[in-house]
Design a protein around this ligand. Structure first.
Ligand SMILES: C[S@@+](CC[C@H](N)C(=O)[O-])C[C@H]1O[C@@H](n2cnc3c(N)ncnc32)[C@H](O)[C@@H]1O
Length: 359
């Protein structure tokens, strides 16, 4: 999308370019929620009690299913005593076109209620009385900030630690043994680069790091970095904090929980925070998958999971080309098990369900 205009000449906000991302593994990011490998924003020793004021309020996602979103919206409407906002056919088609052109998410007719539910709250917050007024505001906002906010509301950022176990099993049983052997033979260095494209609230990149640290502990000089990107600033903010509810953490095997998390106390009771040794291996950055890959180094593995389902076939193809581009030859692309990409682009070889290799 970079450099292109949306409807009414509205220019979408620029995502960081290849140029600005040069050296992403070593520099501090300047987007507020980002954190470089050095220059961490978190306190040195991770004292849980100093979290005060850093934990965003009321930002838990409603849920993946439309039905849940509807339930949440109705509840909000009842509590606020406000009647639901009307969404006309024209407003729906204008907004869904804007979303599609900006980030590729395909809001077909069946998603109308979801769009209405997710944006009504934002529209009321801003004090507008209709979707039409909001659309005009969106298109006339020269900063592009409202577009970013709108996408925060539209996107579904649901994720889980160690989601789709088969991928972690593949890494453990096939990729890491080969990697270790090559490092031992001196065929390659201990450098491992992974891109978690569409990382949502961070569970995926943190799982990757914890899992790699466990499996590659025999390589003391392991140089592991994960670039974690998403279009949602709200999701990235949560991700970079690395603080999760106990319920979320229950997805993490106990051994890893003990080793890689700190337990919250006082105001942080009921939460756990990812330890610095894990967080510092992850760089979070806002990136639109429609744009060229935001890095200029080769990566060994790309996780692009559970995001392609939001795109139509043509957008999937375009996104796949973008995400495969920085992969080394022989590197792996992991997609969600519900996402079929067979034949979408020619330089990928099917290995097993949801696992592809770059030719
Ligand atoms: C359901 S989550 C998947 C999270 C994680 N990969 C997983 O499998 O658990 C989908 C994510 O894709 C992101 N997304 C949607 N469209 C995007 C785009 N055009 N560019 C980057 N991220 C996008 C959303 O913000 C959301 O966080």
């Amino acid at each position: 999308m970079e450099g292109s205009s949306g409807p009414l000449g509205l220019k979408p906000p620029k995502s960081r370019t290849l140029e600005t991302n040069r050296g992403w593994l070593t520099r501090t990011l300047g987007l507020g929620y980002g954190r470089g490998i050095s220059g961490l924003k978190f306190p040195e020793k991770d004292p849980i009690l100093t979290f005060e004021g850093m934990f965003p309020e009321g930002e838990e996602e409603g849920g993946e299913e439309e039905i849940m979103v509807r339930g949440w919206m109705q509840k909000a409407e009842v509590t606020s005593g406000l009647s639901p906002l009307e969404l006309t056919d024209q407003e729906f088609s204008r907004l869904s076109k804007l979303v599609y052109e900006t980030c590729g998410i395909n809001l077909h007719r069946g998603k109308r209620e979801l769009l209405r539910a997710r944006l009504s709250k934002r529209i009321r917050e801003l004090g507008f009385g209709s979707f039409g007024d909001y659309y005009r505001y969106l298109c006339s906002d020269p900063t592009g900030q409202e577009l970013i906010k709108m996408l925060d509301h539209i996107t579904t950022n649901l994720s889980r630690f160690f989601r789709e176990e088969a991928h972690f099993k593949f890494l453990e049983e096939e990729f890491y043994p080969g990697f270790k052997e090559q490092v031992a033979r001196g065929v390659r260095g201990p450098r491992l680069r992974i891109w978690s494209a569409a990382c949502a609230t961070g569970e995926e990149p943190y799982s990757i790091v914890m899992h790699a640290m466990m499996n590659l502990s025999s390589i003391p000089e392991l140089d592991l970095r994960v670039l974690a990107t998403d279009i949602s600033t709200r999701a990235l903010e949560k991700a970079s904090k690395g603080i999760y509810s106990m319920e979320k953490i229950s997805e993490v095997p106990q051994e890893l929980r003990r080793r890689f998390f700190l337990k919250g106390t006082g105001p942080w009771d009921g939460t756990m925070k990812v330890k610095r040794e894990v967080r510092q291996r992850v760089v979070f950055q806002r990136h639109n998958l429609l744009d060229p890959a935001p890095l200029d180094e080769d990566v060994d593995i790309v996780f692009c999971r559970n995001v392609l389902i939001y795109f139509d076939r043509e957008t999937q193809r375009r996104v796949l080309e973008r995400v495969v581009e920085p992969l080394v030859r022989g590197g792996y692309l992991l997609v969600g098990h519900a996402e079929s990409i067979n034949g979408a682009i020619s330089n990928l070889r099917y290995i097993k369900p949801a696992i592809y290799r770059k030719l």
